[in-house]
Design a protein around this ligand. Structure first.
Ligand SMILES: [Zn+2]
Length: 185
């Protein structure tokens, strides 16, 4: 069944709030901050509860001590590190799981061109203003011998709902945003 405009709007608001760190137990604060009526606030909080079921686990690592630590089955902390040499690295465990599944399926290395980015680095490379890279929730990846579109199609099958997949010329951007976003795939 096609979603109504209202449902669509509730989802848009809730996913933006969720990704911005709001939670369903902050009902009154949300209502006040965004000047919403009761119906909208309740609908949005219901959606937030759903999203909370898909709990994100964003972990923080330190390069000096954790660079060679394994995250998931096939990756190390240093592969997600910011290219500006920052000590701190944020990595979403959900993102790692998706990359691990992809790695298993393709049977060869999945290279991370860009993982975590500090806000300064993100600005320097022209990243989106609220880029998921700044929260450890995104990776730009490539696989030797595969086109970006082929990689994106595999990802689409691994994550049929939710997450962002964007096809670029030579790499694919994948992020763990709540509401599905697809571009070029
Ligand atoms: Zn990206």
């Amino acid at each position: 069944m096609k979603k109504s405009f209202y449902e669509e709007e509730v989802e848009n608001c809730a996913s933006a709030l969720y990704d911005g760190g709001w939670r369903s137990d902050e009902r009154d604060e949300i209502q006040e901050e965004y000047n919403l009526d009761d119906e909208w606030t309740d609908a949005i909080c219901e959606k937030l509860k759903e999203y909370e079921g898909l709990t994100k686990m964003i972990k923080c690592y330190i390069m000096d001590t954790d660079a060679n630590e394994n995250v998931g089955k096939h990756f190390k902390v240093k592969e997600f590190a910011c290219k500006d040499g920052s000590q701190v690295v944020f990595i979403d465990s959900y993102l790692v799981s998706i990359l691990d599944i992809l790695r298993n399926q393709v049977g060869k290395p999945v290279y991370i061109n860009s993982g975590y980015r500090t806000p300064t680095r993100n600005k320097a490379v022209g990243g989106a203003k609220y880029s998921y890279h700044m929260r450890g929730m995104a990776a730009d990846i490539r696989v030797d011998g595969m086109t970006a579109k082929e990689i994106a199609n595999k990802l689409k099958k691994i994550i049929p709902s939710g997450c962002g997949i964007i096809v670029y010329n030579t790499w694919v951007h994948i992020d763990t945003r709540t509401k599905a976003y697809r571009k070029g795939v």
